[in-house]
Design a protein around this ligand. Structure first.
Ligand SMILES: [Zn+2]
Length: 386
């Protein structure tokens, strides 16, 4: 009963918030409840009261945490002002420690040493970057090969359902770079956004993240182990703005380095993927050096989001920040702020989730086994801290 109530609540909130339900592959009978936010809140509070006696069991503790996040999301949709830190704490179990923007200035400064040529830094960066863009007609072949490589690597270490499949599709007009739509029966539709040209360095990252051992594997294992084997049917629904997403994004991001060392990543990109894309290997190698230097810019979105969403920075200042420190065009900078508008403190889940998963996994001798355990159990972010 609890599971059915939980599914109905998540789907009903999805009627108010089109981004809320990331995946649902259970029966249609739980859909179609046109409850108001107040009605959903009252039912969610009642569910939590019911769960309170069983919080020693991982299954119910997980559900309790998810319902807690659902209540916060209702508050936000009802117009209640929630600070960035309170939001990330309740939804994802994390609080970000801000960096000063001088940190990013230093990163940008250190780029001078590895970027050859004359002209502005952004021009030089764009010029090198443009040399490793994948021609549109080569995209399918390159992404297919990367997905195959990622899949082979995961299959060596994780027992995946025999029937698991994925479909790769190229789309436009999205705020994200890639998305995994999990359809049930171990099937994923992975979409790659082509609004901006894809560069060859990101292909393995994206296919590990969305596919193997990232979102596709996580969703497939939840379905196999929790839904099918144990009957935890609540896992047929996945609310995006919830603690589960910290686990999803953290495992998807850490899964990249778990699958391939930096040397393997470089070798596969240069030797396997670059020829498929008709790109010059020397350009790819030069860019990979730059990529290492700018890796710390990964937390820029968290610093912009925390200030922008708490009203300490205007929208145009947020766009300027990405344009100044993010090595992107004004158009791309605007897209990054649109991602923050849509997903808010969700931006933290990638970097902070990865750190959390990495620290947990690396404290075990068998890293793949520890990683797989996270994917197969009702794991909360707090379970990874010890
Ligand atoms: Zn993701």
């Amino acid at each position: 009963m609890r599971s059915q109530t939980y599914i109905r609540l998540v789907l009903a909130l999805g009627e108010h918030d089109k981004n809320y339900v990331d995946a649902y592959y259970g029966p249609d009978e739980y859909r179609g409840n046109d409850w108001s936010l107040d009605e959903i809140r009252a039912k969610a509070v009642a569910l939590r009261e019911d769960l309170a006696t069983d919080l020693s069991e991982p299954r119910w503790r997980f559900m309790d945490r998810q319902v807690d996040g659902l209540l916060t999301r209702i508050d936000m949709l009802s117009g209640k002002q929630v600070s960035f830190d309170d939001e990330s704490k309740t939804l994802y179990d994390i609080v970000y420690t801000r960096k000063d923007f001088s940190f990013y200035e230093d990163v940008i400064r250190s780029l001078e040493a590895v970027l050859p040529g004359g002209g502005s830094q952004l021009d030089r960066f764009e010029s090198l970057r443009s040399k490793i863009e994948i021609p549109t007609e080569r995209m399918q072949a390159v992404f297919d090969r990367a997905l195959q490589l990622a899949r082979e690597q995961s299959r060596k270490h994780i027992e995946l359902p025999e029937t698991e499949t994925f479909e790769l599709e190229f789309v436009k007009d999205q705020v994200w770079g890639g998305y995994n739509w999990y359809k049930g029966n171990s099937h994923s539709l992975i979409q790659v956004n082509t609004d901006f040209p894809s560069t060859i360095d990101r292909v393995i990252d994206l296919m590990c993240h969305e596919g193997y051992p990232g979102h596709h594997v996580y969703n497939s294992l939840l379905e196999k182990k929790l839904v099918n084997e144990l009957g935890y049917v609540e896992f047929t629904v996945y609310p995006l703005f919830s603690a589960q997403s910290l686990i999803a994004e953290g495992t998807a991001e850490y899964g990249i380095e778990l699958s391939f060392s930096p040397e393997e990543h470089l070798a596969l990109t240069c030797n396997e993927l670059a020829p498929l894309a008709n790109l010059n290997t020397a350009d790819v190698e030069a860019y990979m050096k730059v990529r290492d230097v700018i890796a710390p810019l990964g937390s820029l979105a968290s610093d912009v989001a925390s200030r922008y969403l708490d009203g300490e920075m205007s929208r145009s200042e947020a766009v300027d920040c990405f344009a100044t420190y993010g090595l992107v065009s004004p158009e791309r900078a605007d897209q990054r702020v649109r991602f923050i508008d849509a997903n808010r403190s969700y931006v933290l889940t990638y970097g902070m989730g990865k750190e959390l998963v990495r620290n947990y996994v690396q404290s075990h001798d068998d890293r793949w086994a520890a990683f797989t355990k996270i994917l197969c159990e009702p794991t909360l972010p707090s379970d990874l801290i010890r």
